[in-house]
Design a protein around this ligand. Sequence first.
Ligand code: ADP
Ligand code: MG
Length: 498
Amino acid sequence: MERPIRILIAEGDIHFIEMIKESLRVLDDPYQIETVSSGEECLKRLQEEDFDLLLLDQMLSDGSGLEWLRRFNGLGIGIPTIFVTVQGDSKVALEAMKEGVFDYINRSPECAKAFPFVANRALQGFHLMLEKVRLQKELIETKNFLESIVEKAGDAISVVDLEGRVLYWNEGAERIYGYRKEEVLGQKVSEFLYPKDKKLKEEEERLMKELMARVLKGEVIPNVEVRRQTKEGREIITNMTLSPLRDAEGRIIGVTRICKDVTQMKRAEERLLLTERLTSLGELTAGVAHELRNPLAGIKINTQILLRRKDLSETERRLLESTEEGIEKIQKIVEDMLHFAKPKPAEFREAQINSLLEDSLNMLQTKFKKANIALEFLKEEGLPKVWIDVHQIQQALINLILNAIQAMERGGRLTLRTFLDGERVGVEVKDTGVGISPSHLKRIFDPFFTTKSEGTGLGLSITLKIIEAHGGSIDVQSEEGVGSTFTIYLPVRREDGV
Ligand SMILES: Nc1ncnc2c1ncn2[C@@H]1O[C@H](COP(=O)(O)OP(=O)(O)O)[C@@H](O)[C@H]1O
Ligand SMILES: [Mg+2]
């Protein structure tokens, strides 16, 4: 059987109580009624037991019902309450309503008759209210839950409006792009997140325009690769998924963008591709270079024999000398190619990177003077030793320094810096030269890529190969018209000799 509805009546008028009881008797619903005549008792019973409904009269033996009502509220007693007033006292009724009673009735026979309906309405209202509070709480919890997932997600999650202005920016976005929420809310993404390079920027703008148009028609677009620039000016590649954001009526009001930083992964992929290309190219090059070496040596000796003759005219001598020069140039290239393809077996030993750099600088001293280049060497003292093939590393460093010199035809400043970076020793070669355009930057490590009329395009590919054979890595940063910085990292020799 259903639990009876428990009603507490705080009422001094016995007649009225009887009328109320009478009105309930005609109903099928089981009611359980308890009466008290004072506020004090009423409070005691409310604290002792659970009632479903309170009928509270304004006239109690120990004060006004309104005062007691305020006291119950102050104590946090939440029970649906119906207030009883003397006929016509609407001021008190209003006050009671303000205190949160569900309804009020007059202390009259008509009202007593209507009590079951009033009671029912109050009970239902109360349950609805409880349900509403519960739903609201649930909604807030769900909202907080979802917000914290989105906020703390490792990926960059942002929302832009139809014009591309940022509406939302999570912590992942702050971390990946370096911009804080406050800096970007309301800003157009295209104004701060696209690459600086004009051509790349235009490409991005075109791509995003196209994608946005599709999303605004309702499409979800997964995994598009886009280039972005971080606040510090670093270029990164992100993998982006776009989806439309709709309001309650289903209208599209913006675009949600989830982005993963895939720069490292892309770099690794590119390196792997390059290594593969280098290997196959290396084999080819080795073959060609080898075939060229002997005939070249023959031509050179023949030229030298001819040059020894006493009866040469001045013109003949000049022609032969220029031939010899040409041969030597070709021989140098062939040697480079051979080295690139089949470097000599490495001879590793312990070495100090600072002294190695000093030796290399000494070798190039006259070149600096001629080119009007100021030299600065910022060396960190007490660096741990590195385990290297001294000749190879020297070759790598000289390649970088020569490139720097060649980039500063009108003079400039070359800064070398050594430093410790965790388990690695770093060497930075920084110039104030012409810089490298973003489209060239991708290709400078490719063998035979050169922008110089006299270049072989092998310097950097050999350098990269050497550094990677040492378990190290190389980084480039460059801005056209400002200069370039190449940084080599070499692993420190550990105690166990690895
Ligand atoms: N420090 C630098 N400043 C500007 N451009 C550079 C620098 N280093 C390398 N480069 C670019 O990279 C290309 C390839 O370099 P490299 O492999 O050494 O070949 P090469 O020096 O024979 O051209 C160069 O032609 C040049 O365009
Ligand atoms: Mg070079």
